[in-house]
Design a protein around this ligand. Sequence first.
Ligand code: ADP
Ligand code: ADP
Length: 224
Amino acid sequence: PGAIRLETLTKAYGSVTALHDVDLEVRAGELLTLVGPSGSGKSTILRLVAGLDRPDSGRILVDGTDVAQVPPHRRAVAMVFQDYALYPHLTVRGNLLFGLRVRRVPRAEADRRARAAAERLGIADLLDRYPDQMSGGQRQRVALARALVREPTVYLLDEPLASLDAQLRFATRADLLAVHRDLGTTMVHVTHDQAEAMTLGDRLAVLDAGRVRQVGPPQQVYDE
Ligand code: ADP
Ligand code: ADP
């Protein structure tokens, strides 16, 4: 599960065309990196796939179902934002459990998932901390774990490594690859950094000015 299909997606914000006739397929279980300069439409694609925003035309299918037809709490898509977006008044545990409570996941199951995600991202010893008691890198891991507890079939990552220093970026990249490898979750990862894109992804899709210019394995894209 987790195959995504974007069909002739167009999205404008006022007079700004963020996406123009975008067609793209992400295979089930694939790690696809969307790379392109700032303003090229990368985040817009993620927001549309997550159902946080609607296209002006075209549609998005996840496993054959139009995301617009699925109520938000039923979507098998989880998104991680660049700025962490943690709930400041909740502990790490509270942040991890919040989305599950909304979805009426039984408490024991919610606790099991929270522990598993925290261990996977190396934050199991931080469960009682509040966001302002952690480093930026730790908060980013909590944000990644919070998306993971939902056991999504599609994991959307908006510049998850951008705000981390080199060492943390290396460690977090390894964790993301391990999640991808172990869970087989489809991942769409966004970056404006070409070097970063080369290191993370089965395939790259290169965006420019709201259009997909190239799609393929990293080496092939950069050889063209
Ligand atoms: P990227 O993620 O590649 O930096 P975005 O998808 O965020 O690009 O933005 C694509 C274009 O759409 C940009 O020109 C941006 O300014 C514009 N845009 C995105 N979101 C909004 C919004 N909510 N209101 C107005 N313009 C927006
Ligand atoms: P404490 O008593 O230490 O505050 P709780 O076990 O009451 O810890 O809850 C920890 C966090 O989990 C709180 O944010 C709480 O709102 C949330 N929570 C409580 N019950 C559930 C549930 N069934 N599913 C998901 N989250 C829950």
